[in-house]
Design a protein around this ligand. Sequence first.
Ligand SMILES: NC(=O)C1=CN([C@@H]2O[C@H](COP(=O)(O)OP(=O)(O)OC[C@H]3O[C@@H](n4cnc5c(N)ncnc54)[C@H](O)[C@@H]3O)[C@@H](O)[C@H]2O)C=CC1
Ligand SMILES: O=C([O-])CC(=O)C(=O)O
Length: 337
Amino acid sequence: MFAATRAASFAAKRSFSTSAANLSKVAVLGAAGGIGQPLSLLLKENPHVSHLALYDIVNTPGVAADLSHINTNSKVTGHTAANDGLKAALEDAHVVVIPAGVPRKPGMTRDDLFNTNASIVQTLAQAAAKHCPKAHILIISNPVNSTVPIFAEVLKKAGVFDPKRLYGVTTLDVVRASRFVSEIKNKDPKDVKITVVGGHSGVTIVPLLSQSGFEFTKEELDALTHRIQFGGDEVVQAKDGAGSATLSMAFAGARFANSVLEATVGGKKGVIEPSFVKSDLYADQGIEYFSSNVELGPNGVEKIHGLGEISDYEKDLVQKCLVDLKKNIAKGESFGQ
Ligand SMILES: NC(=O)C1=CN([C@@H]2O[C@H](COP(=O)(O)OP(=O)(O)OC[C@H]3O[C@@H](n4cnc5c(N)ncnc54)[C@H](O)[C@@H]3O)[C@@H](O)[C@H]2O)C=CC1
Ligand SMILES: O=C([O-])CC(=O)C(=O)O
């Protein structure tokens, strides 16, 4: 349904989006994986993409050959580590989306992925600092609460960190929140917008259901909050050892990438998406990164929205979030340094 709706809206836009200024190279790192493949498929439909560069340590030639037969305007290239493939994928990239790294198995937390994914992200950050220092970098690899600070530290060391252009992708949390609330309120999810703030794991995910416009009983509130915070676990358990969310993440990642493209090259104003970015909201408590609604403009992050009025229940959730978030960020920063 998404593809059809999106295709229709993209097709409509295509008629006035063909000037070179509106087009850009997008690189996907980890493009042959469970998220990487459907995400690349959705990006192949995006009218702002002129060149889709797919990098992974394996299998990208096949994925690229396959996608390259789709009759949308973008060119597709596949790259592996051979022949300086990472450099070729990154050079001239305007947006880099990163779903590289291992996913969870049942019984694991996202933090359990740190040991493997931290060095993958660090390596990719070093390459991005060198080959596309001005690109907008979208981090999907978990644990997002730590991988974003790692990436930032590497860019800082290279002297190219621009906090307006580094984003942790938390869109799946708002996608889930919208769907889960729409299920119990019998609404079309397109009319259900739920703000989710904090980070991207367990209790660091804080849905602001009091701002949704719906009334909830205490039981509903507890159940919904828990389901939004631990939605990832539902998928991990259902996949039973075969990974975590891939298709819904590809949907969410493509939505976020499209918003960044619309704001940075599409000339669209007032684009608002939640994202885990360098933020002043809780910096006085030593928390340098936080996800909240972010207004995107031609240079990336233009304005970080505060939380607005929240309930006592949510104030409690925020306090719990901050405790874990602080540790996750510190762990990423010290690794990156
Ligand atoms: N931010 C979010 O909301 C979400 C994040 N994730 C995270 O996304 C990551 C990827 O998940 P999946 O696609 O399901 O995993 P996957 O294992 O199916 O794919 C990962 C891909 O990364 C590649 N890769 C490994 N090392 C690499 C390197 N150094 N350079 C480039 N590519 C490399 C692998 O070859 C593989 O193709 C995981 O860390 C997962 O936890 C998953 C769902 C939601
Ligand atoms: O649960 C996981 O490990 C993957 C993820 O981040 C999500 O689905 O939200």
